[in-house]
Design a protein around this ligand. Structure first.
Ligand SMILES: Cc1cc2nc3c(=O)[nH]c(=O)nc-3n(C[C@H](O)[C@H](O)[C@H](O)COP(=O)(O)O)c2cc1C
Length: 291
């Protein structure tokens, strides 16, 4: 019997909580693998190899980690079949005001509802203020947030608000659930039956991304393809269609031939350099274009 603990963490508090749960589960003789979705691609983690899964996510700017959302959505069917648990880590859960704590719970519940995952065990833990790990801007933002919440605001030290006994209690509840739902060995899948891992950023993906970028270029140029773009340019365009269009506009402005030359040649703007006096592209019929 093996459990999986998946988490995401920016400053390490969620990771510490995951480690604590891992140690507590060992007391129950339940070994677990603790995996960080930042280091392990969600599509590479073979959840089917585990008997139970526990997921933890920190809250930043009122949102849970998008990589955790991806992991849940990617394995939704399996997660809804086995014993699972979820924990959320935020500063709002450390607040003295009941309204703010309730808000943290509401956000965690909303997050779960939006993923359609329904873990039987769920809890919200208070996080930490780690001034030593923040950059200048983050430190100012967190300083303001802490001031508003009435928490300590001394930059010189970090503050840990996590209730570690509550974390242990959460791990105990999870262990009880796992024991109650233990699967017989014949129902567990063999490793050979598991799907092969798919790399998220394969060469194929990169190529198709480049093709999409070139498509932006074509659209921005009114349907004309002025040769393939360089790799760097294509990635610049990839960031957004708007940027792509702007880049294309700029490059067009630079390379347009003088007006007199332009009049001579039908078919719109001409490229500079070696393409300057090239024949314009032939006008295609609707059928040819869609062939
Ligand atoms: C940039 C930033 C934004 C945050 N936004 C929120 C927030 O909207 N609500 C909240 O309750 N806590 C917020 N927090 C507090 C974190 O949830 C808390 O520090 C938690 O311990 C972070 O966990 P991690 O170290 O695993 O990333 C924020 C923290 C940072 C650094």
């Amino acid at each position: 019997m093996r459990n999986l603990i998946v988490f995401a963490s920016h400053e390490g508090q969620t990771e510490q909580i995951a480690e604590r749960i891992h140690r507590r589960l060992l007391h129950h003789r339940m070994p677990s693998d603790v995996l960080d979705v930042v280091q392990h691609s969600a599509t590479e983690i073979q959840v089917e190899a585990y008997d139970a899964v526990l997921v933890g996510s920190p809250m930043h700017f009122g949102r849970h980690d998008p990589r955790i959302r991806f992991f849940i959505e990617h394995n939704l069917d399996f997660l809804n079949e086995i014993p699972t648990a979820f924990f959320s880590v935020s500063l709002a859960s450390a607040s003295k005001k009941r309204k703010e704590r309730a808000e943290a719970e509401r956000l965690a519940n909303e997050f779960l509802q939006s993923t359609l995952w329904n873990p039987p065990v769920m809890d919200c833990f208070a996080g930490a203020l780690k001034y030593s790990k923040y950059g200048w801007l983050k430190r100012q933002i967190m300083h303001r947030i802490a001031q508003r919440a009435g928490a300590e605001t001394d930059f010189d030290q970090d503050y840990d608000y996590t209730d570690w006994e509550r974390v242990d209690d959460f791990a105990d509840r999870f262990a009880t659930l796992v024991r109650a739902c233990r699967r017989p060995p014949e129902q567990r899948p063999r490793f050979s039956e598991l799907r092969t891992p798919v790399r998220e950023y394969s060469l194929h993906r990169t190529r198709s991304k480049r093709r999409t970028a070139n498509l932006y270029h074509v659209v921005a140029n009114g349907g004309r393809l002025h040769g393939w773009m360089s790799r760097a340019n294509s990635f610049r365009c990839m960031k957004s269609p708007l940027i792509g269009r702007l880049c294309a506009k700029r490059s067009r402005a630079k390379v347009v031939a003088p007006r007199a030359t332009r009049k001579l040649i039908q078919g719109g703007p001409i490229l500079a350099g070696k393409h300057r006096y090239a024949k314009p592209l032939p006008r295609l019929t609707f059928r040819q274009r869609n062939a």
